[in-house]
Write a protein that binds this ligand. Structure first.
Ligand code: ZN
Length: 379
């Protein structure tokens, strides 16, 4: 992970970069910031930067052999310690869960401890950094680094370190040469004071609203108004923002599929097209209606991508993929184009204050004719 992949936090990035330039990298840092601030991502990017063989313009190169390994979280000199559960034996260590850790981090580098524990299918268990893990760290400190200058220990959520954390104090205070500890925590009050007193605390501020909005719009494809609505609810927590964005995506998927089913069969689960249009009119604001139409448009684009490039599978849910494959089998190029044109027109009119009930009714009748003409059968 490079600094440029991390949202905001410019002054902290500069501070870390300067510490390397001045050869004053503290041997034990605590990146302390609320959930969703990106402190874990910063730790990972800083570790990559420290060991990069070819730093350029205040950034790791992303191409040297050290960077390639850092990016996959497989660098032998960058160790990760994080809370784990006892599903794989009574004395669990972080390395027992390294595959799961990589997967969870790549899926969402802004994850919190609950997300992580849930990803292990262990919702009711308490994540812990065990005494064995602490001993393992101390043991491994005796070895030299394998291939890079720095040996780096990233310890995520030191909050869960109980008294066993005290085993680490001497190492935090005086680690071997070129060994760096980067602790990544959310809440100062929950961390052992003995640990806090031995690290240089760097506060990671909460993200600014405009930074979250920019990211949601440009990188996550969320509409402008929706991004503003999300940001109001999350108080600088990007993890939370991502979840809200994902939820509204899920809702759109369900609603749009229901719409298509009704168009095709006349009714679905007792709901007619008129019922559907009335419900949309009553439940959704104009922005969400536009979101629903945009979802339909995005899906049609994916249908084309799937047919002609075949690369969109990873972006589609199981239901979407089934529908997209089915449409490609049944619909001609012209029919698919007609659908896109009609959805675009509907968006256009909705923005210009068309009556939503009539607009969705017209669209539904159009889709209904088109799908029936092509004998599309939805499961
Ligand atoms: Zn590099």
């Amino acid at each position: 992970m490079q600094f440029k992949n991390i949202i905001g936090q410019e002054s902290l990035k500069q501070q870390l970069i300067q510490s390397v330039a001045n050869k004053r990298v503290p041997h034990a840092i605590m990146l302390l910031g609320q959930e969703g601030s990106g402190n874990l991502s910063l730790a990972v990017a800083f570790a990559q930067y420290l060991n990069c063989e070819n730093r350029i313009n205040n950034e790791s190169c992303g191409e040297c052999s050290s960077c390639l390994k850092s990016q996959k979280l497989i660098h032998p000199d960058i160790h990760f310690t994080y809370p784990v559960v006892s599903t794989k034996g009574s004395k669990p260590k972080s390395t027992d869960f390294i595959e799961e850790w990589r997967k969870a981090f790549f899926e969402n580098p802004y994850l919190n401890i609950q997300d992580w524990i849930e990803s292990l299918d262990a919702e009711n268990k308490q994540g812990n950094i065990s005494v064995e893990e602490c001993h393992e760290i101390i043991r491994s400190l005796n070895y030299k680094s394998f291939e890079s200058l720095y040996k780096i220990y990233i310890i995520w959520m030191p909050e869960v370190l109980g008294k066993e954390g005290n085993i680490l104090l001497k190492s935090l205070e005086e680690p071997p040469e070129n060994t760096i500890f980067i602790l990544v925590g959310n809440s100062e009050e929950q961390i052992l004071t003995t640990v806090l007193s031995r690290v240089q605390i760097m506060k990671v501020p909460r993200l600014k609203d405009e930074e979250i909005i920019y990211q949601l719009e440009k990188k996550e494809g969320v509409g402008n108004k929706e991004a503003h609505a999300i940001v109001r609810q999350v108080d600088g927590n990007f993890n939370e923002a991502l979840k809200l964005a994902k939820n509204s995506e899920d809702d759109n998927e369900k609603l749009y599929l229901l719409f298509l089913r009704i168009c095709l069969k006349g009714t679905h689960e007792g709901k007619t097209l008129i019922d559907f249009c009335e419900k949309i009119n009553a439940d959704l604001g104009r922005e969400n209606m536009k979101g629903l139409l945009r979802y339909g448009l995005d899906l049609m684009r994916e249908v084309f991508v799937l047919e002609y490039i075949g690369e969109s599978k990873a972006r589609l849910t199981e239901n979407e993929l089934k529908l997209a494959q089915y449409m490609n089998q049944r619909l001609s190029f012209q029919s698919k184009e007609e659908i896109i044109k009609r959805l675009e027109e509907s968006c256009f009119h909705l923005e210009r204050n068309a009556n939503p009930k009539i607009l969705f009714m017209n669209l539904g009748i159009f889709l209904s004719h088109l799908l029936k003409r092509n004998e599309v059968v939805l499961a």
